[in-house]
Design a protein around this ligand. Structure first.
Ligand code: PAD
Ligand code: ZN
Ligand code: ZN
Length: 393
């Protein structure tokens, strides 16, 4: 019996069996079988979406440092084997029962902080932290506590409900943002995490004011997006800090006024920044994920009105010890998840701003690789040679 196949926009085949039910799709995915091992490109089975779920054909996926934390076994609550990846863009292939906000053929970005729209945090206009987020509910399995991925007879875990290092993935409807059909998916995939996180950390979390002074620790895809956000907010001095001087040219191109390598300094970087600015910067951002740079970023901002935003992720179980006097004089220490955006509402708007050329996140893409070279993408990240590598499926 032949399987009826309907071809959707952009040639996405809908995989239905003769009874009209969606079929399991066999496709390639990058599987991390255990921590500390390279990814392995495998043939996996991707089950059809259940009620309230969406199956997406990925077109492009960026590599973020958070995926590296996962591969090294440092991500809280992750479980192996797992399909990593959380910065992707694709096309809806099929939808489960009850899904109304997207349909097959729609261009989408899966979002790593969901927006259920119903919990008290989703209803709070000041918050983007949905109670269905991974700190509340592990996202190693889909919300019904089962996986849609199998490989060689084994169940494979999801990552943040995204698992974008696969040709097809299944995510809950409230973790999908529908975007403008004109958007180039190989570029706007960065809006799924890195760009939105950094840009939003400046605009939404710190609320950088015009004429202010900012310091950004770490000039990867996230930190450079903070530089772009500070510039867009009208900061007059943007000091970029990194131990890799090869990042400085891009930082300057994106708006940094000064670049500093702490290893070239005779004093601790917080003292250097305080000397440079008088009382410390108005806003500091940590986009690395190290205890010492988190403390240095906090100490670099003005002791009275300074705001320090923590973006980098520490290894699972890490703790920071701090003299509370550092906060007593009025400094504020804040964290941000994907830049404070309510992602289902805001990612489509950010995509529109991208299309209107209000920012150029393409400047963060240093490498474009075929999906099969995913390990090469991680090598470039580890060697400090890439900002963002985008994998194409
Ligand atoms: P990246 O590895 O591309 O960039 C990190 C940068 O930090 C590199 O340029 C390094 O050279 C630099 N660096 C390393 N050590 C030091 C040091 N001691 N002093 C100064 N600079 C240093 O990472 P990324 O930009 O993809 O991600 C940055 C962090 O942000 C990482 O911890 C990631 O997990 C986290 C992140 N958080 C969120 C969130 O929602 N909070 C989202 C996305 C990424
Ligand atoms: Zn919610
Ligand atoms: Zn990320």
């Amino acid at each position: 019996m032949t399987v009826p196949k309907r071809v959707l926009k952009e040639n996405v085949p809908m995989q239905r069996n003769p009874l009209g039910c969606f079929q399991v799709i066999r496709c390639r995915a990058a599987v991390a079988w255990a921590a500390g091992h390279p990814l392995s490109i495998e043939e996996v089975e991707v089950a059809p979406p259940k009620a309230g779920e969406v199956r997406i054909k990925l077109v492009a996926a960026g590599i973020c440092r958070t995926d590296e934390h996962l591969l090294q076994g440092c991500f809280p609550s992750a479980e192996f084997p797992v399909i990593p990846g959380h910065e992707g863009a694709g096309i809806v292939e099929s939808i489960g029962e009850g899904v109304t906000s997207v349909k097959p053929g729609d261009k989408v970005i899966p979002i790593c902080v969901p927006q259920c729209g119903e919990c008290s945090f989703c209803l709070n206009p000041e918050s983007n932290y949905c109670l269905k987020s991974h700190f509340s509910e592990p996202q190693n399995l889909l919300p019904d506590k089962t996986t849609r991925f199998t490989c060689k007879g084994k169940q494979i875990h999801h990552f943040l409900w995204m698992s974008t290092f696969a040709e097809y993935t299944v995510v809950p409807e409230y973790a999908v943002a529908k975007i403008d059909p004109a958007a180039p998916l190989d570029k706007v995939c960065l809006l799924g995490c890195g760009f939105s996180t950094g840009y939003g950390a400046a605009i939404n979390t710190a609320k950088v004011k015009p004429g202010s002074t900012c310091a950004i620790f770490g000039l990867g895809g996230v930190g450079l997006s903070v530089v772009m956000g500070c510039k867009a907010a009208g900061a007059s001095r943007i000091i970029a800090v990194d131990i890799n001087k090869d990042k400085f040219a891009k930082a300057k191109e994106l708006g940094a006024t000064d670049c500093i390598n702490p290893r070239d300094c005779q004093k601790p970087i917080q003292e250097v920044l305080t000397d440079m600015t008088g009382q410390g910067v108005d806003y500091s951002f940590e986009a690395i994920g190290l205890k010492e740079t988190m403390i240095a970023a906090l100490a670099s901002c003005n002791m009275n009105t300074g705001i320090c935003v923590m973006i980098g992720e520490l290894d699972a179980g890490s703790e920071i010890s701090l003299n509370p006097m550092i906060l007593l004089t009025g400094r504020a220490w804040k964290g941000t998840l994907v830049g404070g955006w309510k992602m289902r509402d805001c990612i489509p708007r950010l995509v529109s701003s991208y299309l209107e050329k209000k920012f150029n996140s393409d400047l963060l893409i240093t490498h474009t690789l075929p999906f099969a070279q995913v390990n090469e993408g991680f090598e470039l990240l580890r060697a400090g040679k890439s900002i963002r590598s985008v994998l194409l499926f």
